[in-house]
Design a protein around this ligand. Structure first.
Ligand code: SF4
Length: 688
């Protein structure tokens, strides 16, 4: 028996914990602590502990599949590549779209972006950041000039006040929650606002339950109190920001008084006052947010409002402060950095910028050029185009994403995907989306590849191969390269290793210029921006100046707007959705992990006891949840943990899929859907 330990990075949340994969006779059999990581110092949450369990699942895809007469038939790689190449070549550039993945490596996202823009010459590439933090990228870029978490994870422990808004940090980013607890132990006040009394709420010094969708009103109110009491950082505002008077004009309105915002949000005025005082007078105050802020039709406004608060209080460019946007998936930050977005190449170099466009065209050397210098479609817009404008988009290549469970209004998504002429899905399991494909390509999982991923704190870390992929499965970069070669572009995809791809990417990406595998192959790795090989990386952004050309931060005067769909007589409750500690997104990996699946085997809908009593609903009773998009039968969980008038569903479970119900109304700038608030009614199920 041979046993070895391979240190790698967790494939689940954006925290970026490291652990060892335990390998016995060439197979991954367990995990063990890796104590040298400064992120998690040897500790992991349940998902990390059992991250080996799905790796050798009997459900893994092991051979390419081609659909014939409605059924999948096993095929050789050559048969699959020949069919895909022949079909892809038959489409005009903008009839093709690709979805990259927050679950695969930087190298593979870079390569699918290059394939889409270089081989297919299409403008349309996006990925699931559209569903989680597209508003962060757009909002923080507008406020600060850079759309990423400003501080580092370890830094949170040094804060004197932590305000968590729209993030169940202790369940969704548990090892970041650990830093919040360290701050608390050091005397910090913890403020938490959320419609649910979550694990995070239990640790807070001040818990503020609020009606989903009132974030801008709450933040404006806190800023009004801070200004009224003279707690704003006058020097920071004067020296480092623009448009303060415009902000002040809005936030000082009577609309945002304690009394009025208490009515809008449901938070007692006294709590709002206390939150403003604790936050405004702390020596350093960190703001943490996640999808409770971003997944709204006002997602960009919400994000910019958090930036306003931190500029007002001078909590940027310093330890213990920051706008800490907690990115969801392991590599959602990296997929954005790699240009898997419809408006940018790597490092947020704009597609419409002619010099950036020429730079990439020259570097890649496609003899027949690349896509036009025009923005493409976001994934949410792709789905609308497919249903509303048949024939405009005809083919799609989806790598490691499962929109058939993750996207809003699943009936609409199914209609959209079934409208495609040709769909290729590359994944590790036959997902709900893969079932609709014409060709399925079997991919390697995180434990079977080398590569890098970029965590929420912009730390670029290594994945290290621990075992071979099952059967004929291949790593994604190899599949993309071989397909490109079949289509006549072998010279542009000559790679023999992930490292070669990383070096090519770093050469065209200023924020990654100074990185290479030798520098990354150590526990602390590097935070971007890292512009030169002798640069130490940048754990804290915006020290001394912001990333805008003039170095100034920009305040945004923002009025509160309600969600696109609010309760009415027919649909009298607010439905909000989210995740649970034990599962990950569409459950493809965690529901195949026996331990995690045993803990939480199915979904539910949370209902406040007063609402349940009025409706005659009992705990665990199967009920029907109905919105304007559809209905789902789901067990009721009657609990005081959810505020009256609001209901909550986790979205991991296909048998009671929350996203059948959610609203696909979009933020006008970021095109992110409003997962966090729609109108719902529930009914008892009566036998026909
Ligand atoms: Fe993995 Fe996130 Fe848990 Fe860390 S906190 S072990 S990165 S799921």
């Amino acid at each position: 028996m041979t046993l070895k330990y391979v240190a790698t990075t967790c494939p689940y949340c954006g925290t970026g914990c490291s652990f060892n994969l335990v390998v016995q006779d060439g197979k991954v059999v367990g995990t063990a602590p890796y104590r040298r990581s400064p992120v998690n110092e040897g500790k992991v949450c349940p998902k990390g502990t059992y991250a080996h369990e799905f790796v050798n699942s009997p459900d893994r895809l092991t051979k390419p599949l081609i659909k014939k007469d409605g059924k999948f038939v096993e095929a050789t790689w050559d048969e699959a590549y020949d069919l895909i190449a022949q079909k892809f070549k038959s489409y005009k550039p903008d009839e093709f779209a690709a979805l990259a993945s927050a679950r695969v490596s930087n190298e593979e996202n870079y390569l699918l972006m290059k394939f889409t823009r270089g081989v297919m010459k299409s403008r349309h590439i996006d990925h699931c950041a559209r569903l989680c933090h597209a508003s962060t990228v757009a909002g923080l870029a507008a406020s600060f000039g850079s759309g990423a978490m400003t501080n580092s994870i370890g830094d949170i422990a040094e804060s004197k006040c932590v305000f968590i808004l729209g993030s169940n940090t202790f369940e969704q980013h548990p090892l970041i929650g650990r830093r919040v607890m360290q701050a608390k132990k050091n005397g910090a006040k913890i403020i938490y606002a959320d419609p649910r009394y979550t694990a995070t709420a239990k640790q807070a010094d001040l818990y503020m339950p609020f009606v989903s969708g009132s974030d801008v009103a709450i933040l404006n109110c806190m800023m009004q109190e801070i200004i009224k009491n003279g707690w704003e950082d006058k020097e920071f505002i004067a020296n480092r920001t623009k448009d303060y008077e415009k902000l002040k004009e809005v936030v000082m309105k009577d609309t945002y008084s304690l009394e009025n915002v208490s009515k809008i949000s449901g938070i007692p005025a006294e709590s709002l006052k206390t939150a403003a005082e604790w936050f405004g007078t702390a020596e350093s105050a960190a703001l943490l947010y996640s999808m409770g802020i971003t997944q709204h039709t006002v997602g960009v406004d919400n994000v910019r409002s958090t930036a306003n608060l931190q500029m007002l209080t001078g909590n940027l460019g310093k330890r213990g402060g920051g706008v800490n946007a907690l990115r969801g998936q392991n590599n959602v930050q990296g997929a954005c950095d790699m240009g898997a977005l419809p408006v940018v190449f790597t490092g947020y170099q704009k597609v419409i910028d002619e010099s950036a466009h020429k730079k990439f065209a020259d570097a890649w050397g496609f003899p027949d050029g690349i896509c036009e210098p025009k923005n493409g479609y976001e994934v949410t817009v792709m789905m609308d185009v497919l249903t509303d404008n048949p024939g405009e988009l005809k083919a799609m290549y989806i790598m490691g994403e499962n929109p058939m469970l993750s996207d809003p209004d699943l009936t609409h998504v199914k209609h959209a995907i079934e409208s495609l002429e040709f769909l290729v899905v590359q994944d590790i399991f036959l997902t709900e989306t893969a079932e609709l494909a014409d060709v399925v390509l079997p991919a390697a999982c995180y434990a079977e590849r080398d590569g890098t991923q970029t965590s929420t704190e912009r730390r670029v870390q290594m994945w290290r191969k621990a075992q071979d992929p099952p059967g004929e499965a291949k790593v994604d970069w190899q599949i993309i390269s071989e397909l490109a070669a079949k289509m006549g572009y072998a010279d542009q995809f000559p790679y023999q290793s992930a490292e070669e791809i990383f070096d090519e990417m770093a050469a065209v990406t200023p924020s990654y210029h100074g990185m290479n595998y030798e520098r990354l192959n150590r526990p602390e790795a590097l935070h971007w921006p890292c512009p030169a090989v002798d640069h130490p990386g940048t754990p804290i952004l915006h020290i001394g100046k912001f990333s805008h050309p003039d170095g100034m931060g920009v305040f945004a005067p923002l009025e509160w707007k309600p969600p696109a769909e609010v309760p009415d007589a027919e649909y009298p409750f607010v439905l909000t959705t989210g995740r649970v500690l034990w599962h990950w997104h569409t459950g493809t990996m965690t529901r195949r992990s026996a331990t995690l699946d045993h803990e939480v085997p199915t979904g539910w809908i949370e209902i406040n006891p007063e609402d349940a009593q009025a409706l005659g609903i009992k705990d665990k009773e199967m009920i029907r949840a109905i919105t304007r998009r559809g209905s789902v039968d789901v067990p009721a969980r009657v609990t005081r943990d959810i505020m009256k008038g609001v209901m909550f569903m986790p979205f991991h479970f296909k048998e009671c899929a929350a996203n059948v119900l959610t609203n696909n109304a979009l933020d006008p700038v970021a095109k992110i859907p409003e997962f966090k608030a729609c109108a719902v009614k529930v009914e008892k199920i009566t036998e026909a």
